[in-house]
Design a protein around this ligand. Structure first.
Ligand code: ADP
Ligand code: MG
Length: 340
C-alpha cells in the first residue's frame, strides 16, 4: 500500500514558500535588488511593465554567476552566502535563505542571464513555473540580468489578491526608495513604462540620495545626526519638527545595511522630538545603525524585514537622545533652517 504521508515535490514546496516570500510584485523587486546588492553591484537598473505584473527586469553589474552555478541558484535552499551554523549568526549579506529565486521562479516565467568577471562566457536560462526549459551560453559581459514575466500566472488566487496597478507601483516605489537610501554608494534607476521614477547617483552621499528621493527642499530641512557608544554607531538625517508627514512611511531605519521595519526604532525617532510634533504627524528620517551582527537576529521572517535586536532598549534610548539633543541645538539659533 502507498504511504499516506509523502514528501512534497520540490515544485510544490517552492510554490508554498512563494506564498510567504512573493506576496506581490514589490516583493520580487526587493529580492532581486537585494541579490544584486549582495553581488557587490555599483549600478542596478529596474524596468517595469504594468507595475511589475507583466514584467520586472533587474540588471546589475555585480559579480555574476559561473555557468556551473547558474542552475543551483534556482534550487531551493541553495545559497553562496552562508555555509555553516556559525555564519547564520554573523550575517553580513541581505540574503542567506536561498529561497528567493526558486520561489519567484515557481510562480512566473524567468529569463536569466549572468556572467562572472573574466569568464569566457555567460549563461542563459529560461524557466517556466520553476522548470528549466532552456539553457544556452550567453554573450552577456560581467553582471546579471533577470527578467520576471507574467507573475502569478499559475496561482490565480494570488493574482486576484493583487491590488490596482497604482497601489502595486506605490509599493515598488517605496521599497526601491528604501533600498536606495540604505545604499547611497549604488546608482539605482527605476523606470515604469518608459517613465523614470527614480535615479540616484551612487556617489555615496546620503544627503544627496535623500534629496533625489524626497526632494531638495525636504533635504535642506533635514539635520545630520551622529552618535556612538560601545555597542552602536548611529548616523543619518532627520527633518526639523516643522517638516512632517501624516504617516510613518517616511521613517527608514537601516541596520548593518539592511532596511528593517521596527516599531520600537520608529517610536524612538518620534520620541526624540519630544512635544515638538503635532499629534498624528511624523518626521522624515533616515537612520543608519551599525552594530555587531551577533546582536541582530535576521532569521525571524522569510522576507527578513523584521529582525530581533539585542539591547534594543539601549539603542532606542541612544537614538531618542541623539535626535533630541540635535534638535535642541537648532533652537539656539533662531531661523537656522532658513540660512542654508
Ligand atoms: P540567497 O540570496 O538567500 O542566497 P536567492 O535564491 O536569492 O538566495 O539566490 C540564490 C543564489 O544565486 C545566491 O546565493 C547567489 O549566489 C546567486 N545570485 C542570485 N542573484 C544574483 C545576482 N544578481 N548576482 C550574482 N549572484 C546572484
Ligand atoms: Mg536573495
Amino acid at each position: 500500500m502507498e504511504n499516506k504521508i509523502q514528501e512534497l515535490s520540490e515544485r510544490l514546496t517552492n510554490q508554498i514558500a512563494a506564498g510567504e516570500v512573493v506576496e506581490r510584485p514589490a516583493s520580487v523587486v526587493k529580492e532581486l535588488i537585494e541579490n544584486a546588492i549582495d553581488a557587490n553591484s555599483t549600478q542596478i537598473d529596474i524596468l517595469l511593465e504594468e507595475a511589475g505584473l507583466k514584467k520586472i527586469q533587474v540588471t546589475d553589474n555585480g559579480e555574476g554567476i559561473e555557468p556551473e552555478d547558474a542552475e543551483n541558484a534556482f534550487k531551493r535552499h541553495a545559497t553562496s552566502k552562508i555555509h555553516s551554523r556559525d555564519d547564520l549568526f554573523r550575517i553580513r549579506t541581505l540574503g542567506f535563505r536561498g529561497e528567493a529565486l526558486p520561489s519567484i521562479a515557481s510562480v512566473s516565467e524567468i529569463t536569466f542571464e549572468s556572467a562572472a568577471k573574466n569568464a569566457a562566457q555567460g549563461t542563459y536560462l529560461y524557466l517556466r513555473g520553476g522548470e528549466i526549459e532552456d539553457k544556452q551560453p550567453s554573450a552577456l559581459r560581467q553582471g546579471t540580468k533577470i527578467v520576471v514575466e507574467n507573475l502569478f500566472y499559475n496561482t490565480p488566487a494570488r493574482l486576484k489578491y493583487v491590488k490596482t496597478l497604482q497601489t502595486e507601483l506605490a509599493h515598488i516605489g517605496d521599497i526601491v526608495n528604501r533600498l536606495a537610501l540604505s545604499h547611497p554608494n549604488i546608482a539605482f534607476g527605476l523606470v515604469h513604462e518608459g517613465n523614470q521614477m527614480l535615479a540616484t547617483s551612487g556617489n555615496g552621499d546620503l544627503k544627496q540620495t535623500i534629496a533625489g528621493i524626497y526632494g531638495v527642499q525636504t533635504a535642506k530641512k533635514m539635520r545630520e545626526i551622529q552618535a556612538e557608544d560601545l555597542d552602536f554607531k548611529i548616523k543619518g538625517y532627520v527633518t526639523l519638527p516643522e517638516v512632517t508627514r501624516a504617516n510613518r512611511n517616511y521613517l527608514s531605519t537601516i541596520v548593518n545595511g539592511r532596511y528593517i521595519k521596527n516599531f520600537a526604532l520608529n517610536k524612538a525617532i518620534v520620541n526624540g522630538y519630544g512635544s515638538k510634533l503635532m499629534v498624528g504627524r511624523f518626521p522624515i528620517a533616515v537612520v543608519e545603525i551599525e552594530m555587531d551582527p551577533l546582536l541582530v537576529d535576521v532569521n525571524v521572517h522569510p522576507t527578513k524585514q523584521e529582525v530581533r535586536l539585542s539591547k534594543e532598549q539601549e539603542l532606542t534610548a541612544l537614538l531618542s537622545k541623539t535626535i533630541n539633543e540635535r534638535l535642541r541645538e537648532e533652537n539656539l539659533i533662531p531661523n537656522a533652517a532658513d540660512n542654508l
